[in-house]
Design a protein around this ligand. Structure first.
Ligand SMILES: C[S@@+](CC[C@H](N)C(=O)[O-])C[C@H]1O[C@@H](n2cnc3c(N)ncnc32)[C@H](O)[C@@H]1O
Length: 257
């Protein structure tokens, strides 16, 4: 409840001409997000924190490898990774060819499906909160952001019934309490669940332990609107982990070996 009030106050304080334009062009949910981000940008993320994470191009990450990727352009949806950003994720995936992937934050399953499409012999574990999860009754766990996304998701809608479903293992749990070791041996991680500092840290550390420190990590929403993600990534960087941002995207990347 307290979290919800704080979030509402931030949205009201972030109201500006750009958010009104977003309301007209992209609808109500994007409007709320624009207000929230305006507040955060003005009050919470020190520009030096974000720019402390260096940027490199996708080209540099791929090096000499020129992967062919399959890209189904699915309808745009507030809360999903847009297709132009997904290209970077899929290109790195195609370069690395992991046997098992773990995605945190299935949502409608847009990225899950793209990963499966580009890894025909791979297994994709994807995790989201139980469909019946209700933010209002969630008093015991770590506070989550994005309650508007949690409330309207249909988990896995984009791959259920498709030819990709057989490669996908859907898990339902809260990452705060999920035993990550229950599931396979992924070495490629796409972290896009709750974007608070506490959750980003929890999810990343558990992924790190799961792959025994040898993995490829991608985080979505490493940007002004998500100070928790930026803070966490800077923390890992101070430990000598050379995480970078992929130019032109809010995606952070790290290959630990
Ligand atoms: C931004 S969406 C993911 C979008 C998806 N990667 C895509 O682009 O298609 C975040 C998802 O994470 C889920 N989520 C949030 N907190 C979570 C938690 N603690 N444990 C598991 N899933 C969580 C939400 O329910 C939501 O569906």
């Amino acid at each position: 409840m307290k979290q919800k009030i704080i979030q509402s106050i931030r949205i009201i304080m972030g109201f500006n001409i750009v958010s009104v334009f977003t309301l007209i062009t992209s609808g109500y949910h994007s409007f709320l997000k624009a207000c929230y981000r305006a507040f955060v940008a003005a009050h919470m993320v020190d520009i030096t924190e974000l720019s402390a994470i260096p940027q490199i191009s996708l080209d540099q990450i791929l090096g000499k490898v020129r992967p062919t990727i399959h890209m189904t352009i699915m309808s745009s949806e507030n809360g999903r990774v847009p297709s132009d950003q997904a290209i970077a994720i899929i290109a790195i995936l195609a370069k690395e060819q992991p046997k098992e992937v773990l995605e945190i934050g299935t949502f409608f399953g847009h990225t899950t499906r793209l990963i499966a499409e580009n890894l025909p012999n791979g297994i994709i574990h994807t995790l989201d909160l139980p469909q019946e999860f209700n933010s209002k009754g969630d008093l015991k766990s770590i506070p989550k952001d994005d309650s508007h996304l949690i409330e309207r998701r249909i988990v896995g809608r984009e791959f259920i019934g498709s030819i990709y479903e057989k490669q996908i293992r859907q898990h339902f749990a809260d990452t705060a309490t999920w035993d990550f070791s229950e599931e396979g041996e992924p070495t490629f991680f796409f972290i896009d669940g709750s974007h608070t500092y506490e959750y980003c840290k929890n999810d990343s550390e558990k992924c790190f332990t799961l792959c025994k420190g040898r993995g490829v990590f991608l985080w979505h929403d490493c940007d002004f609107g998500h100070p928790g993600v930026v803070k966490f990534i800077n923390e890992w960087r101070t430990m000598g982990r050379d995480i970078v941002r992929i130019e032109g995207t809010p995606i952070a990347y790290w290959k630990s070996f």
